[in-house]
Design a protein around this ligand. Sequence first.
Ligand code: HPA
Ligand code: ZN
Length: 326
Amino acid sequence: SPSAPSPAPLPKAELHLHIEGTLEPGLAFALARRNGIELPYADEDVLRRAYSFADLQSFLNLYYALMAVLRTEDDFADLAHAYLARAKEQGVRHAEIFFDPQAHTARGVPIGTVIDGLARALDAAEETYGISTRLIMCFLRDESAESALATFEAARPHLDRITAVGLDSAEVGHPPSKFREVFARAREAGLKCVAHAGEEGPPAYVWEALDVLGVDRIDHGVRSMEDPRLVARLVADQVPLTVCPLSNVRLRVIDDLADHPLPAMLDAGLLVTVNSDDPSYFGGYADDNFRAVRDALGLDQETLRTLARNSFRASFLDEAVRERYL
Ligand code: HPA
Ligand code: ZN
């Protein structure tokens, strides 16, 4: 007999998604051709075989190298459009999307080209797919504090398109406190703040993100579970954690999905969400992550609904819009 049709994916918000991490091999080769760039891979299959990572840094090396194909406003619009088409199929109703301006300005691509291209695709997606979106501008923590400040100033004319600032790239050795000043400037400008912390870095980096940067959410934060006082703080303040299960396995933050702390995090009363991080590299988009944790951890439908509801609670949507999803 024919297999049962798969149920419609739960409506959800995606809150931890690097737009550059949605670059699929097919689009990478298409953009390389369009821009006359030679990629150091014979074809898509050879490239895909390079997607085997020992840790965060080994992923970042490939992630930054492939960005060479992103040069024009159209490239950024095509990239975001391709993600939003996938997101729609995965039940995503709202997406808060990271981008890494320094990874592009360092190659001579103006920040306005990046933001205008992304914004064009986001506006179209609202029309075509009914997906609402926000942009989160991330600073590369393995670059200097001065470079982050210069990036923030270069972005000032575009701040009407930007909801929040974030902090990403190689974590260990680059604590949040290094970026105290640029986050203070962002808050003064009325932006929300988030930071990757407690992915490879220690719980102390999560404390700093909260107490020095004043973040509204923690990205990843899985290592918070090592510090009971920190868990108590995150629970008391209901600070959202944007957890990325497939990413954690691929980057070897967690050995096996069956050992993921997600159920313990939920049991502790943390406001946890499930997200895809860099879906092209880590083997799954938003609902793929939901189905992976369901299967590996035996989560029931009520728990999956809680995770989906949490994604809207943790979002930067206006209260009235958020309520409609809860
Ligand atoms: N961690 C840190 N930086 C990143 C990631 C991540 O998972 N993805 C893209 N940049
Ligand atoms: Zn991330």
